[in-house]
Design a binder for this molecule. Sequence first.
Ligand SMILES: Nc1nc2c(ncn2[C@@H]2O[C@H](COP(=O)(O)OP(=O)(O)OP(=O)(O)O)[C@@H](O)[C@H]2O)c(=O)[nH]1
Ligand SMILES: C[C@H](OP(=O)(O)O)C(=O)O
Length: 218
Amino acid sequence: MEVLVPFSADRPKSRLADALSPSERAAFVRTMLADVLAAIDDAGGDPLLLATEAFDPTDEPTVPLDPPVAVDDRPLTDAVNALLAERRPGDGTDPVAIVMADLAIATPESFRELFAVGRETGVAIAPGRGGGTNALVVSRPEFRVDYHGASYLDHREIATDAGLSVETIDSHRLATDVDEPGDLAEVLIHGEGRAATWLRETGFALDASGGRVAAVRK
Ligand SMILES: Nc1nc2c(ncn2[C@@H]2O[C@H](COP(=O)(O)OP(=O)(O)OP(=O)(O)O)[C@@H](O)[C@H]2O)c(=O)[nH]1
Ligand SMILES: C[C@H](OP(=O)(O)O)C(=O)O
């Protein structure tokens, strides 16, 4: 299955500005991307990087694969919809998945489940905490995305209005995207890849002294 992986190469993770400097954010998002690409590949998916600007994964020491790259500087929703309009998933073709590049604790097993459910239904959605859409499988050509805000609810409504069946993927690993400093603790707790290693090497460790466990830089 082709898996579109949107990647904001030019303005990565502004909401992590309180925890990481601009160059650290640029490095950290590449480690998350590397982990996501490796897990997709392991699960049998064929990633296509949908990047906001020219990006050569082979220049990146953390990125182990050399996926094809499509460059599109339009906003996320427009860029994804342009590819869906081209691919026409389900119109005699395979479903298409869209997986965000910040799912730092996703595993091959979690993607295998997503792809399997996605093949059986019109639209399969793995919501993010807070109502976003962390991963999606589209098996019908008429479906279009509308990201940002409570996009999980919007995507359910778009699918239902188009008469398509919808399945929700109940997965902690796919529900955890790394948006804010508080999410870094999840990577230290559950991550097994390059992103977790990078955080540790950058000096982050778990700290429970303030009550809720947090990732704190020592
Ligand atoms: N191609 C493309 N990818 C995007 C764009 N905006 C975000 N992404 C990617 O989409 C996924 C989800 O992004 P968000 O968490 O909404 O935003 P972000 O840009 O990573 O972070 P913030 O700057 O903190 O909002 C990540 O994989 C981003 O790299 C865009 O305009 N175009
Ligand atoms: C793209 C957006 O991501 P979030 O900002 O919710 O992480 C969404 O899932 O609609």
